[in-house]
Design a protein around this ligand. Structure first.
Ligand SMILES: *Cc1c(COP(=O)(O)O)cnc(C)c1O
Length: 392
C-alpha cells in the first residue's frame, strides 16, 4: 500500500535513472521521455553541466537567508534582465508562487500610486496558473475549485475562443477597478493553445490604453520552450509582469517574477518574501540553464528541429485524418489533439516506449527536452505513426 495521498492518478511505473531524452525504469526498460517533468527538464536528464554545477555548489553553500546578499541570484537576475524586457526579478520556488507573486506586484503597484481599489485581475476562464488557493480561482475552472471555497474574490473572467481573431467583449470586461489582465501566452494544461499574435497585440494595446497591467504567464511556454526565449516575443509585445518557473531550473525547483521598472517601484522592503526563493544552490543551477538556453544558437536549433517535428506531425495528421484532429503549439510545446479521449492513445505510446502526457480537450502533450536530437524525434514519429496505424 502507498502512504502518499491519493491526489494523483499515477501510472504504474517508476524510474531509476535518466540520461538526456531517455528514462530507465525500475524493471529495466528504456523510454523516450517526451514529458520531461512537464516542460521542466529543459536540458533533459542528468545534463553533465548541471550535474557538475550542483556538485560544485553543494560543496560550497546551499542556503542562506534572503536577509543577506546572494551573488548567484544577482548574477541570474542580471542575465534575465539583460536578455528580456525585465528590469527587476523576484525569485520564488514554483510556478504557482510566481503567478501569485505576479498578482501581488500588480496590486501593490496600484496601491503605491494611490489607487488601492484598482485590484481585480481579469483572467481567461479555464486557464492554468497553479494550484494554490488564489491561483485556482484565477483560472476559474470548476474542476480545480470545486470543494475549495469560499471563492477567492478579485478575479474576473473572459472566454478564450481561439477561432476568433481577438477577444470579443474584452472592453466591457475591464472595469474601473481592473488592475491587470493575466493570461498564459500559450495555454498549456488547457490543450496547447497559443493566443494568436493579433490577439496578444490587442491585449497589449488595450492594457496600455486603459493604463492597466499585462501579466503574461510564461511558466510553461517560457525559457526557450516555444523556440524564442519567451513565447510572447513572436508577437513583438511585452508584458509588464512575467512569472516563470518550470524550465528555468532544468529540474531544480525555481520560480521567478520578472517585472519592469514602473511596477517594481511598489515592491519596497517587507512587501514580499520567500524562505527558499533564490537560494545559492538553486541560483547556481539556474545560471547554468540560463547560459545554455538563452544562447541564440541554442534557440535557433530549437526552432529548426521543432519545425521539423511539427511538419512531420502534420504529415501524420494527413495520413490519419480520422484520428488526429489538430497539431497545435510552438517550438517544443506541442499538442496532438485526437477526435476521441486520449488516455488509450497515451497508454499505447507508452507501451511502445514513448512517454507523453495529457492536456485538456483530448490533447496528447508532447514535450521533448529542448536539446533533443533529430534521431530521437524520428524515433518518436515512428512510434506515433505505428500507434495511429494500430489504433482501433
Ligand atoms: C505549471 C504551471 C503553473 C504552476 O506551476 P507549479 O510549479 O506547478 O506551481 C502555473 N502556470 C502555468 C502556465 C503552468 O503551466
Amino acid at each position: 500500500m502507498s502512504y502518499l495521498a491519493k491526489n494523483y492518478n499515477r501510472k504504474k511505473i517508476s524510474f531509476v535513472r535518466g540520461k538526456g531524452s531517455y528514462l530507465y525504469s525500475t524493471n529495466g526498460k528504456k523510454y523516450l521521455d517526451f514529458v520531461q517533468g512537464i516542460a521542466v527538464n529543459s536540458l533533459g536528464h542528468a545534463h553533465p553541466k548541471l550535474v557538475k554545477v550542483i556538485k560544485d555548489q553543494s560543496k560550497k553553500l546551499w542556503h542562506v537567508s534572503n536577509a543577506f546578499q546572494i551573488p548567484e541570484g544577482e548574477k541570474l537576475a542580471k542575465k534575465l534582465c539583460q536578455k528580456t524586457f525585465a528590469d527587476y526579478v523576484m525569485f520564488q520556488n514554483s510556478g504557482a508562487e510566481a503567478t501569485e507573486a505576479a498578482i501581488k506586484v500588480a496590486r501593490r503597484y496600484f496601491y503605491s500610486i494611490g489607487e488601492p481599489n484598482k485590484n481585480r485581475i481579469l483572467c481567461i476562464k479555464n486557464s492554468f496558473h497553479g494550484r494554490t488557493i488564489a491561483a485556482i480561482f484565477a483560472s476559474g475552472s470548476k474542476k480545480m475549485t470545486e470543494g475549495f471555497g469560499p471563492k477567492v474574490p478579485g478575479f474576473d473572467h473572459i472566454n478564450f475562443k481561439d477561432t476568433k481573431p481577438r477577444f470579443p467583449n474584452l472592453r466591457k470586461k475591464i472595469k474601473k477597478n481592473t488592475a491587470a489582465i493575466m493570461v498564459e501566452t500559450i495555454m498549456g494544461e488547457g490543450g496547447i493553445k497559443p493566443i494568436p499574435n493579433k490577439c496578444l497585440q490587442y491585449l497589449r494595446k488595450i492594457c496600455s490604453q486603459k493604463k492597466i497591467l499585462l501579466i503574461l504567464d510564461e511558466v510553461q511556454c517560457g525559457i526557450g520552450r516555444s523556440g524564442d526565449f519567451f513565447a510572447f516575443e513572436q508577437s513583438r509585445i511585452r508584458g509588464d509582469i512575467v512569472p516563470i518557473a518550470k524550465g528555468i531550473g532544468g529540474g531544480f525547483p525555481i520560480g521567478a517574477v520578472l517585472m519592469n521598472k514602473k511596477v517594481a517601484a511598489g515592491m519596497i522592503p517587507g512587501t514580499h518574501g520567500s524562505t527558499f526563493g533564490g537560494n545559492p544552490l538553486a541560483m547556481a543551477v539556474g545560471n547554468t540553464v540560463m547560459d545554455i538556453v538563452s544562447s541564440k544558437k541554442f534557440l535557433r536549433n530549437v526552432k529548426k528541429l521543432s519545425k521539423y517535428f511539427l511538419l512531420n506531425l502534420n504529415l501524420l495528421k494527413e495520413k490519419y485524418p480520422h484520428m488526429i484532429k489538430e497539431i497545435r503549439g510552438r517550438g517544443f510545446l506541442i499538442g496532438l489533439q485526437l477526435y476521441q479521449d486520449q488516455s488509450k492513445f497515451i497508454k499505447k505510446l507508452m507501451d511502445k516506449k514513448l512517454l507523453t502526457i495529457r492536456a485538456a480537450e483530448n490533447t496528447v502533450r508532447i514535450l521533448p527536452p529542448l536539446n533533443v536530437k533529430k534521431k530521437e524525434i524520428d524515433q518518436a514519429l515512428k512510434i506515433i505513426d505505428k500507434v495511429c496505424a494500430d489504433f482501433k
